[in-house]
Design a protein. Structure first.
Lengths: 414, 226, 74
């Protein structure tokens, strides 16, 4: 189903302003009442943390000279939903950003997105007529590359002209963010939902989804499926359905990576789980950024996990010792497992170090890796032991399911 | 006369303790530790040694001002190069004292200053020590007989080794290491070349600017010739 | 010197992981609450009972990177 966020999206190109208004209807006048409506809707942030959007809006509205930042950085390599929204339905994102700005009293909106997306968004802005009286000013800013560059405080550092690295919180951006101003930092998809809630209301929004995570969710499905891509599904959809949404699997799956690289490996049939944080958290997983990668049986889960661990270690901002050293050590252990070069105690080290890095950084990067590795250790135990004994298997050489770009950003000097 | 001996003794002791302070500071930053000497002990000794230097300096300066033999005023101890007695060499002592004050005060207020500002000022420690050393050699009238010269040489050897350890640490950037190594080498050579023709040679007292009236307590800032 | 220990409000240790460079003096001075991990970085147990207050203050002051703080709990 694609009636909400992806309503009006055709086979190619962005939805123009006329078609956008024809599909969704006109935008009503917006004031601070929108904050209550968003709170009642139960909308949760779609960037990965799942924080209630209404609470953020209310917090920022209390401050002086607030600013809105649309976070389209999308540092997660297997996620394409923010990119899809920006180049296919930019007007809905802009509707939501402008509405949120009006609701909290912000005169400025910074839209941070990869340079490749700027042309379409700029064209959409031109369509809307820049400089209309009373509109908040929308400025396009190129986002920084790198996995952690999309973290809230990293985006703020980047906007302020510094390296895109997270800093300690508190204070949270809603209190003290961009140039110390109260900053409403929301994911592209979250604001698109706001654009719809402003038109149709909280009750309408809650018609789909679950009580804890109302509304629809954009998921990026990839891996061993026939039609990889971005899909809009109701929250609470059973994980087992996701492959079907993407045209079915191309081969029997071994496991699903749910949430993103900072998410968790889940058993191939979805373990009876749904796209809802309530249950997923109990299994050490989360909806995260709506990324679902189907790992087929022809891939090697040990090789993929080892490569992923190495990538996540390289993508550390390099600021906190336990993250830099811990993730590096973990990547090393996994590599030893994958190549049958384990030394006595490596199994215990894998478990101990996974727990040792949790909560030890300024941001949640090490926590995400710990979550992913804990699930991998549990789910792929047999394969890990097999590799430790006998080395690389026949499937280790297959093409990588996970896309792992080379680290392009500067890290803090040791 | 007793006061003059006290001045020289506390000056020499201050140099030894300053050498110890610098060495312990380098052990600190090099993260030296052993089973019997944990990090906090080395760090604590470094701080204590620096405070002992301050105590010795109070006596050193106090006795030199009170003693009437050489015309040294309190202001000469704080403001460099305004004194009547060996203005350059005494002035270096005042400079070393000013640097010590900066180092100690910023360290006491470290929590309020923040790590970065504190560290920037603390680099002055590497300037403070050689200034104090040259002050001692230039003003002390004991250099020629030898004990102060040997003491200075000993302290210099210790500092060279300590800084050498610091430079050998691969953590420092190459530019800093090359620069500091050359400065060390140049300093050591200059000292060896200067000592025999400077403080060790005859007539140094006059050359250094000791006023011709010897011990009268004058307040005019007669510029001594070098 | 100050109020008797029982009256002092609960205190917590807080670490700035970005400032911390793993010197380890804190773990030497407050082993009851701070243990070093396998890479030399402190793992902090935040609550500080009144009986450990002086040691906690000393540990905070000893940190060369000023990465440790002691503050009111909650």
């Amino acid at each position: 189903m694609s009636g909400r966020l992806l309503g009006g999206v055709g086979p190619r190109g962005p939805v123009g302003l006329d078609r956008h208004l024809a599909v969704h209807g006109p935008m009503p006048e917006v004031a601070s009442e929108l904050i209550d409506e968003v709170t009642r809707s139960g909308l949760r942030g779609r960037g990965g943390a799942g924080f209630p959007a209404g609470i953020k809006l209310a917090a920022v509205a209390e401050g002086r000279r607030p600013v809105v930042v649309v976070n389209g950085t999308e540092g997660e390599p297997m996620s394409a939903k923010d990119h899809a929204m920006l180049i296919r339905a930019p007007h809905l994102v802009l509707d939501g950003a402008v509405a949120a700005a009006r609701a909290v009293g912000a005169r400025e909106v910074l839209l941070c997105a990869p340079p490749a997306d700027h042309a379409v968004v700029a064209a959409a802005l031109a369509e809307r007529g820049a400089g209309s009286r009373g509109r908040p000013r929308v400025t396009l800013v190129p986002s920084a590359p790198g996995y952690v560059a999309g973290e809230e405080t990293a985006v703020i550092a980047h906007l302020e002209g510094r390296a895109a690295r997270p800093r300690m919180t508190p204070p949270r951006p809603a209190q003290e963010g961009y140039r110390k101003r109260p900053t409403l930092m929301q994911n592209v998809e979250t604001l698109a939902h706001v654009g719809l809630i402003a038109r149709h209301g909280a009750s309408w929004f809650r018609e789909l989804g679950t009580a804890d995570r109302p509304g629809t969710t954009l998921v990026t499905i990839s891996g061993a499926v026939r039609g990889p891509g971005v899909y809009e599904v109701p929250s609470g959809l059973p994980l087992a359905e996701l492959a079907r949404v993407a045209g079915g699997v191309t081969e029997p799956p071994r496991a699903l990576l749910v949430g993103g690289y900072f998410g968790a490996w889940v058993d191939q049939d979805g373990a009876g789980l749904t796209l809802d944080d309530g249950e997923l958290r109990r299994h050490g997983a989360a909806v995260g950024a709506g990324v679902v990668v189907v790992l087929g049986s022809s891939a090697c889960p040990v090789a993929e996990t080892a490569r992923l661990a190495a990538y996540m270690a390289a993508e550390s901002a390099g600021q906190c010792g336990p993250c830099v050293h811990g993730l590096g050590s973990l990547a090393g252990v996994l590599d030893r497992f994958a190549t049958a070069r384990t030394v006595p105690g490596d199994g215990e080290r894998l478990v101990r170090w996974t727990e040792m890095v949790r909560g030890r950084g300024a941001c949640a990067h090490p926590d995400g890796v710990a979550r992913m590795l804990a699930s991998a250790t549990r789910l792929f135990r047999a394969e890990l032991e097999d590799h430790a004994r006998r080395g690389p298997c026949a499937r280790c050489a297959s093409a990588s399911t996970l896309v792992l770009p080379a680290a392009v950003h500067a890290r803090a000097a040791a | 006369m007793a006061l003059w001996y006290l001045t020289r003794a506390t000056g020499a002791a201050a140099l030894v303790l300053l050498t110890l302070t610098l060495t312990l500071g380098i052990a600190d930053v090099q993260r030296f530790a052993s089973a019997r000497l944990p990090r906090f002990v080395i760090d604590g000794w470094h701080r204590t040694a620096s405070l002992l230097v301050c105590v010795l300096l109070v006596v050193h300066i106090g006795t030199s001002v009170i003693d009437g033999y050489a015309p040294i005023r309190l202001v000469d101890a704080l403001v460099p190069f305004v004194g009547a007695y060996r203005p350059v060499w005494l002035g270096l002592g005042a400079l070393a004292l000013d640097l010590m004050i900066a180092l100690v005060v910023t360290s006491l207020l470290r929590a309020r200053l923040g790590a970065r500002a504190w560290r920037a000022v603390h680099w002055l420690a590497y300037a403070c020590w050689p200034v104090a050393l040259v002050h001692g050699l230039g003003t002390g009238s004991d250099v020629r007989p030898g004990w102060l010269a040997w003491l200075s040489l000993g302290c210099t050897a210790v500092v060279i080794v300590a800084i050498g350890v610091r430079l050998a640490d691969r953590g420092a950037t190459p530019g800093v290491r090359v620069g500091a190594a050359s400065a060390l080498a140049a300093g050591a050579i200059a000292l060896v070349v200067w000592l025999p023709s400077g403080p060790m040679a005859k007539g140094w007292a006059a050359k250094a600017g000791t006023p011709s009236s010897g011990g009268a307590n004058q307040t005019t800032t007669a510029r001594g010739h070098r | 010197m100050s109020r008797p220990p029982a009256e002092r409000a609960g205190e917590e240790l807080e670490l700035d992981p970005i400032a911390c460079t793993g010197h380890g003096l804190c773990a030497e001075l407050l082993p009851e609450r701070i243990v070093l991990d396998d890479w030399g970085y402190p793992m902090i147990d935040p609550p500080v009972p009144a009986s450990l207050h002086e040691h906690a203050v000393r540990a905070v002051k000893a940190c060369p990177a000023l990465a440790l703080r002691l503050r009111r709990a909650g």
